[in-house]
Design a protein around this ligand. Structure first.
Ligand code: FNR
Length: 355
């Protein structure tokens, strides 16, 4: 357990590969098919440039911001990722600790290694959202949603881009088996005569999600719903019309539809259509302070990342997670200063050049 000496986030992947078992590493690092969309995600940030504002008379940029009334120290947050026990024995509990120490926000996955309540408690009151992989079985959905609300989750993330898993070749090559038990599923899989096995739970995962499910989830949870995996202006408007309180622009880190656009390339069109009606969380491919800046200047309110945080967890537990967020926030602050922006609001109004 140590704070990490980080030069940059991309270099963490090779470090983490040395300590995470092969199957687990392939599952974390991989995308789908030939990884085209995975690679495009990070490259896409080069499609626009930051035009600096000099003589700006500013110093000491401030990264604090808020999303629907939740104050955070940084717009950088942790997105939902499954099975963090693959990276570290304490799994999501250490992630929650590190994220809380950084004053940031996190999403918990349905398929977490540690339970909703334990992960929430590890964050010691820091704000968290619960991500739902919707099941055809609404007793399952209802039970998890109520548990999340009870544990203090501030919102539900409905992942809409995973009605089947993408074709992930590294998992096939490594014959990767998802680790069990999964904390949130054990009460459904225990042998009480009525419980289901993990395989049955997977088989019951919803292969179709419709706009009306958004309101149904809102009604059950009594919490705002974030629709995750949106990549087009039309779908953003569809989701908002159906009750979405937040849009999460994401292509699941290139793990689902390969051949789809880089997440960053669709962000500004989605933001224009949303037109500030609801906040936007952005993820997929974020590795640099300049990426955070460009996403905010393109219409995002919060910028989330997945893999780099998992690598920080593997390399240093809670302090590793903290170090990853701190490092990226420091890079981002340098970009803010050089661009002549003092606040997150300034960044959102900064000028980008598109050639
Ligand atoms: C994910 N992602 C994901 N999304 C989700 O809604 N529920 C989940 O359980 C998971 N699980 C998951 C596991 C792993 C190992 C990864 C890498 C990703 C997708 C995730 O929320 C996010 O969209 C991407 O991770 C963003 O891309 P980067 O930051 O990893 O490039």
């Amino acid at each position: 357990e140590k704070e990490l000496n980080i030069v940059n986030l991309p270099s963490l992947e090779a470090e983490a590969e040395k300590i995470i078992p092969k199957g687990g590493f392939g599952y974390i690092a991989g995308g789908s098919e030939d990884n085209w969309t995975l690679k495009a995600n990070t490259e896409a940030f080069n499609h626009v440039q930051i035009v600096p504002h000099v003589l700006s008379d500013i110093e000491d940029p401030q990264t604090n911001t808020s999303i629907f009334g939740i104050d955070v120290k940084t717009p950088i947050m942790m997105t939902a990722t499954a099975a963090q026990g693959l990276a570290h024995a304490k799994g999501e509990m250490d992630t929650a600790k590190g994220i809380a120490k950084a004053g940031a926000l996190m999403e918990q996955s349905t398929y977490s290694s540690t339970s909703i309540a334990d992960t929430m408690a590890a964050g010691n009151g820091a704000p968290q959202f619960f991500q739902l992989y919707m099941s055809k079985d609404w007793t399952f959905n209802e039970s998890l949603l109520k548990e999340a609300k009870q544990a203090g989750a501030k919102a539900i993330v409905l992942t809409a881009d995973a009605t089947v898993d993408g074709y992930r070749e590294s998992d096939i090559i490594n014959d990767f088996q998802f680790p069990t038990p999964m904390a949130n599923l054990t009460k459904f899989s225990e042998g009480d005569g009525e419980g289901k096995g993990i395989g049955e739970i997977y088989a019951a995962a919803a292969q179709k999600i419709s706009p009306k499910d958004i309101q149904r989830i809102k009604d059950i949870a009594g919490l705002p719903v974030i629709v995750k995996g949106v990549q087009s202006p039309e779908d953003a408007l569809l989701a908002i019309g159906a009750g979405a309180d937040v849009i999460q622009v994401s292509n699941h880190g290139g793990r689902q539809l390969n051949g789809g656009p880089a997440s960053f390339d669709v962000l500004s069109d989605v933001a224009k259509a949303v037109n500030h009606r609801v906040p936007i969380i952005f993820d997929s491919g974020v590795r640099r302070g300049s990426h955070v800046f460009k996403a905010l200047a393109s219409g995002a309110d919060m910028v989330a990342m997945g893999r780099p945080v998992i690598y920080g967890l593997a390399l240093g537990g809670a302090d590793g997670v903290y170090s990853v967020v701190e490092h990226l926030n420091d890079e981002f602050k340098t970009i803010m200063q050089l661009a002549g922006t003092k606040t997150i609001e300034d960044v959102k109004h900064a000028k980008l050049l598109k050639k």
